[in-house]
Design a protein around this ligand. Sequence first.
Ligand SMILES: NC(=O)c1ccc[n+]([C@@H]2O[C@H](COP(=O)([O-])OP(=O)(O)OC[C@H]3O[C@@H](n4cnc5c(N)ncnc54)[C@H](O)[C@@H]3O)[C@@H](O)[C@H]2O)c1
Length: 408
Amino acid sequence: MTRVSQIGVGVIGSGFIGTVHVEALRRVGVRLTGLLESSPELGATRADELGLPRAYASLDELLADDSVQVVHVTSPNSLHYAQAKAILAAGRHVVCEKPLALTSTESGELAELAAASGLVNAVNFNLRFYPLNQHVHGLVAEGGVGDVRLVSGHYFQDWLLYDTDWNWRLEREHGGALRAVGDIGSHWLDLMSFLTGQRIESVMADLTTFIPVRHRPRGPVLTFSTERATDTVAIPIDTEDAATILLHFDGGARGTVAISQLSAGRKNSLAYQIDGAASAIAWDSERPEQLWIGHRDEPNELLLRNPALMNAAGRAAARLPGGHVEGFADTFAAAFRAIYADIAEGRPAARPPYATFADGHDEMLVGDAVLESSRTGNWVHVARDGVDSARDNPTIIDNRSELEALKR
Ligand SMILES: NC(=O)c1ccc[n+]([C@@H]2O[C@H](COP(=O)([O-])OP(=O)(O)OC[C@H]3O[C@@H](n4cnc5c(N)ncnc54)[C@H](O)[C@@H]3O)[C@@H](O)[C@H]2O)c1
């Protein structure tokens, strides 16, 4: 077993989330070797600002550095596939931001390569690692709420509310064919599968683009920037601003979620309620220290995150005593502690608590079903294991034909 402090880590990208990775990696105690950016010049500037020892000129140069055992990919979505593939081919463990790739063809290939490699492979669905979400995972698994029946919630942000709001995510060649669902909905969908232990089996989705033309600033734009530029170019938009999705889970649960990046006032609200046969639980990422527990025959409870009151998984994700607020950035350190425990062992655990490339690929397959359902207006099964494609799937549940059959 390698000591974590001896593990060398290179980071690709130093934007909004790359910076959070670097800070969390410092807390985990690994040895940061350097940064790869979009250009050597930007890399040198950012390496200096972040206190990293060097900037790599290319991915080849990063992978030629023998002191690197792990690479974190925090570049825009369209680069994940090629970069993760090269990292695995070079025999390095990889932590990739979500979504794993632009298409399920790419993510399927990455999942296969990762499984064959024996290397640790993780997709950063970090919201699993809020301590209360870790606690809920264990609570549901041990039957604490009874059989899960109904899962509902939303993921709302407002930073793309105006037609002058711009980011690379709006262009499908950089972000992918699904935008709000791929960017933030994927977190909600992954979290619900993680918490309930049930995979999404089929979906009925409605995707909407409320702002069909946006005004792209001619200069660069930072993620989450709300500045309104005046020198802009009009760009037609063909990805969704919002989605509503009905869900069937393979354990019998039913679900519904609304996803939007146009919800004024909601800065980053991932909310869920899980209704079980015995009790219910609800949580919102804008109040991440509080877990609501609903009862029918006794007063409801509000559990404040507190290592002394959570199960072992919740305690492991927490670092501070109750009342000392832990938030978004802390989930990265908690996720990385779990991932680096495996890297120290040199291989993935049998059932890792973090999302793997297989989970990242599964999320892309759910995304395919969402797109297909929105296009056809039908329920669509998630086409797993390459057995069937969503388009040709004979098991697609066509509500309209079922209705016609009932009428006859
Ligand atoms: N897990 C989360 O909570 C979370 C949150 C935000 C973003 N993300 C994901 O992280 C990724 C980055 O998002 P962001 O918001 O930080 O974007 P960003 O635009 O702020 O940062 C992207 C960074 O990648 C760099 N980059 C661009 N091309 C590059 C190249 N060829 N080689 C190396 N670096 C390159 C950019 O210069 C920039 O520093 C996306 O995949 C996004 O989905 C995840």
